[in-house]
Ligand binder design. Sequence first.
Ligand SMILES: [Fe+2]
Length: 175
Amino acid sequence: MNDKRTTSRRTAKLATPTSLGTKATHDISGALNALLADFFALYLKTKNFHWHVSGPHFRDYHLLLDEQAGEIYATTDPIAERVRKLGGTTLHSIGHIARLQRVSDNDADYVTPLDMLAELREDNARLADRMRETHNVCDEYNDVATASLLEVWIDEAERRAWFLFESTRHGETPA
Ligand SMILES: [Fe+2]
C-alpha cells in the first residue's frame, strides 16, 4: 500500500468543506496551530507561577495569575475549532505542542515573584505580536472570522501584559 496515498486519504476524511481555498487552509491553520501551542505553553507557565509564587504579595499575584491562566485556557478550544472549520487538522498531543511552541518553558526550582511577572509580561507581549502577524495572514485571504477572533485575543493579551507590568511596580517610590 502506498503510504502517501493512505495518509492523504486519511486526512481527506477530515477536510471540512470551506470556500477559502486550500492555500488559505494551509497557511491560516499552520499559523493558528503554532499560536495554539503557544497558548498551551503560556497557560501551563502561568499556572506554574500561580502554584510557586511566594512572598509578601502572594495573595494578589496568586489570584492574578489564576485569572490570567483561565483566560488563556479559554481561548484554546476556539482556536482549535477554528482550524477545523477551515478544513485543517489541529494539535494531537503534548509532544505536538512541544514541537510547535515558541513560548519557552521555565523549569527553574525558584523564580522571584518580580521575575515571574516580568517574564509573563514579555511572553504575553510576544504572543500579541504573533497574533498580529497571523491577523495579516487572515487579511491576505479575507478570513474575517479568524481575524475578528484574533482582535479580541490580542486585546486580552495586551490587558494581561498591562496588569503584569503594573503589578511589578509595587514598592516603587514616587520620583
Ligand atoms: Fe489554583
